[in-house]
Write a protein that binds this ligand. Structure first.
Ligand SMILES: [Zn+2]
Ligand SMILES: [Zn+2]
Length: 205
């Protein structure tokens, strides 16, 4: 799979509404303020934008890069973001955090709110997704149903596979009609029964 370079756009800003009252009045150390970062991932295309997943992390002043690498990198990987883009984003977040902490008008604050919105552009994303799905389907075990075979219903269309139809086994050993699976993988990365992540583009680490 070629590296995804232009699928990810982000915006980093400060938003005090994401802090709870207790976080606002927490007796932290104003010389070493903490950062509360809310990551929000959106899928977007030219006509729509919707939140896919979000995550909150608290970063310590003294260990911001380490904390970012520990808490944010798994999230970025989950989004399928390539390594070099992860590094860029981590750099930008720590630079932004530094700026907040050094800003004289923020003196006395003990917790800084940071919102990182990541837009994953759908159009480009779909291409990679399709490509990986096609590769996977090629490799999966397929069976053509015989007259004497009995199969449980296909979890996608809910019909039982009948004689002459082809079914495909997913890596989790669940099966679907081959045609149903083809359509399913155009929008989903996991098994419809057990949610096993079949496509690595979405695999969580
Ligand atoms: Zn089916
Ligand atoms: Zn399964």
């Amino acid at each position: 799979m070629p590296p995804i370079v232009d699928h990810y756009h982000w915006d980093i800003h400060s938003d005090y509404t994401i802090l709870t009252p207790s976080q606002l009045s927490s007796g932290g150390d104003p010389d070493k303020p903490d950062f509360l970062v809310q990551f929000r991932a959106y899928r977007s295309n030219t006509t729509s934008r919707h939140l896919v997943t979000s995550k909150i992390a608290i970063l310590r002043f003294d260990s911001i890069i380490t904390d970012l690498n520990n808490s944010a990198s798994p999230f970025f990987r989950y989004l399928g973001m390539p390594e070099e883009r992860q590094v860029n984003l981590v750099d930008e977040i720590s630079f932004f955090a530094d700026g907040l902490a050094m800003d004289i008008s923020n003196a006395g604050e003990t917790m800084f709110p940071i919102v990182v919105s990541i837009d994953i552009s759908d159009d480009a994303y779909v291409d990679d997704f399709q490509e990986e799905a096609a590769e996977l389907i090629k490799e999966l075990e397929k069976v053509v149903v015989n007259e004497e075979d009995y199969y449980e219903q296909c979890p996608i269309c809910l019909d039982r596979p009948s004689t002459g139809e082809e079914i495909t086994y997913m890596p989790c050993s669940h099966f679907c009609h081959s045609n149903c699976l083809l359509k399913w993988f155009q929008k989903n990365a996991s098994c419809p029964l057990c949610r096993f992540q079949c496509l690595t583009i979405f695999s969580q680490i």
